[in-house]
Structures are given as C-alpha cells and as structure tokens.
Design a protein around this ligand. Sequence first.
Ligand SMILES: Cc1ncc(COP(=O)(O)O)c(C=O)c1O
Length: 359
Amino acid sequence: MRMLNFNGGPGALPIPVLEEAARDMLDWRGTGMSVMENSHRAKDVIAMAAEAEADLRSILGLGEEWAVIFCQGGASLQFAMVVLNFAGPGGRCDYINTGMWSTKAYKEARICGANPRLAATSESDDFNHIPEVFDFDPEAKYVHITANNTVRGTQYRRYPKTPTPLMADMSSEFLSRPVEMDRFSLVYAGAQKNVGPAGVTIVALRRELADRARLDVPSMLSYPIYIKNESMYNTPPVWSIYVAGLTFKWLKNTIGGLQAVAELNRVKAETLYQALDQSGGFYLGTARPDSRSHMNVTFHLPSQELNDRFKKEAKAAGMDGLGGHRSVGGLRASLYNAVTLDDVNKLVEFMREFQRTQG
Ligand SMILES: Cc1ncc(COP(=O)(O)O)c(C=O)c1O
C-alpha cells in the first residue's frame, strides 16, 4: 500500500515522476541500461543534465547572469561553501537565526574561520517567528537566511532587503512559490524536499558574484570550478539530477509552474491551519500565525502520550512522517509540492476523528 507521505525530508515525490523513473530503470533512452549506469561523459547524460538545468532556469525565470550548478554534500556543505568562497578568514558576514538550520550555518561560518554575527534572531521566543527588525553590517560580505524553517514551521512571507548580497538556504521551500530572485545573490537547496532524491544540491548564483569568489578554496568546494566544469568536475550525482529533471518537467507541464504550485500550497496549508485553529486548543500550532510556513506545519497535542498515539494511529491509517523533528518533538505535517489537497483533506478528516475519540 502506498502511504500518504508527510515526511519533512526526504519527502513525497510526484507519482508520475516515480512511475517514469521506474519505467526507465532497465533501459533509459534506448541505451540498454539505467541512467545511473551510463557514463556521466556520455552525450545523452550531458544532454539530460543540460535539459534539467534549462527547465529549472525557465521555472525560476533565470537569465544568463545566473549560473546554476549541481553540487553534492547536501545543504549542509553549502553552509561551508558560502563562507569559504565569499567570506574567508576573518571575513565579516551576517546571519539571521531562525532555527536549527540557521544556527548550524552560523556556527559553520565560525568553524571556517570567518567572523559571523547575528543581524537578528528569534531564539529567545523559541524560534516561533521570523524577525522583522534587522541590524545589518554594511561591511559584511553577505547576509545569510534560512527561507523556510523545516523544524520550527516558520517561513518568510517577504524576504528582507539587505545592504549586502543576500544568500538563502531555500532547501525546504525551493520551487514551492515564486521567488523575487532580484533580491538574491545566491540560493541553494538540497533536493530531497520538493525536487528529488538526496544527493544533489542545487545552487543558483550570480556570475558576477562567482567572479569575485576566493581562489584559496579546495576544488570540490569552489563555485567557479563547478561553473567552469558545468558541474562535472568529478562524477556528478547523475541519478539525483535525472529525477530532479523529471520533477522540473512535472512542475512546469502538469502543475503549471510556480504561481500555480504556490496557490495549491497555500490552500493545502490553510486547510490544515484552519483545522488546528478550529480544534478548540486540542491541536496547538507552534509557529506564530504571521510566520506560519506553507511547507511544514508544526503542532502538538496536550500530552506526549497523545502525540505518540496520534503518530501510531495515523500510520496505521496510511499516513506517515507526522513526527516532529527529533530536536523539538511534537508533530509536523510537511506539505511539499507532491502532497495533494486530497492528502491534506484525508489528514484533516483523520485529525477530527482522532479528536472525537481521544479528545
Ligand atoms: C532548511 C534546511 N537546511 C539544511 C538542511 C540540511 O540538508 P542536508 O541534509 O541536505 O545537508 C535541511 C534538512 O532538512 C533543511 O531543512
């Protein structure tokens, strides 16, 4: 039986994408082997990666001033790459701390020898909202934000205006809504939420920024090396890029792009938040309403015992991945692009029935 998948990441992928990948498994494009068994230097594989990049560019509306690269090492490696390429030893850089992943990014900057500072943080409020007041350093090399906080269930409704280049970890909201790319100099996202399998991290950065990257950086951590070698300096994660490419086509051709998917995501999230708000305090949301994420809905029940029973019974009813991140506990429903409104309605129905019998 196929489960309704509310995992925080790796998360749900579109069924047509999984079906096409399954059809291609033994014989991809008539090569008599799967895509991941082909050489990454084969012309079909190079064409496949180029097509994935072109589709992504068209979805995001990226012109030639942007470079798009496929990295490995997850979003976590980007925490270090951003610093090594653009701050360097003692380099000043600003971070907005909105939860566990921003904290990790900030700490990584220290580990890499830079001089990061916090331009804002919501830590004293248990990261329940996105700050609105910032103290930016005009001399910083960049400002780093986490666009959507997977663990805390908060999300920027508007990205901040910054005096220095804005760089964003978009892992858990990438391709879920239109993005004002002119605000940004660099964005990155691990694939395993809205895009495809873990193993590839997508980075879009302005070429003029890449031209100013530091050169005292190991090859596999250097943005200019990825750009120069079209992400094939070493063996790239071909399978992950291939599935990402299928997802881009699905998003473009079946869903209709970012505006369309954003509307679907808004309705899904509002349906679930409404269910929380109308439960008379049985289901308690953890994010402040003005900062609520459309991707990760975090909530809890009046007791740990009820949280545990909820997860267990939801799983028995065919709904998986509803546990909160292990660092905070509680419950979380992740509503990535491949989760349908019908899936959310089923979850809400289950929640009402659970409250009726256990509340
Ligand atoms: C916002 C955010 N940033 C970074 C990460 C870490 O990603 P990775 O496991 O690809 O390093 C995650 C993982 O869930 C995340 O949600």
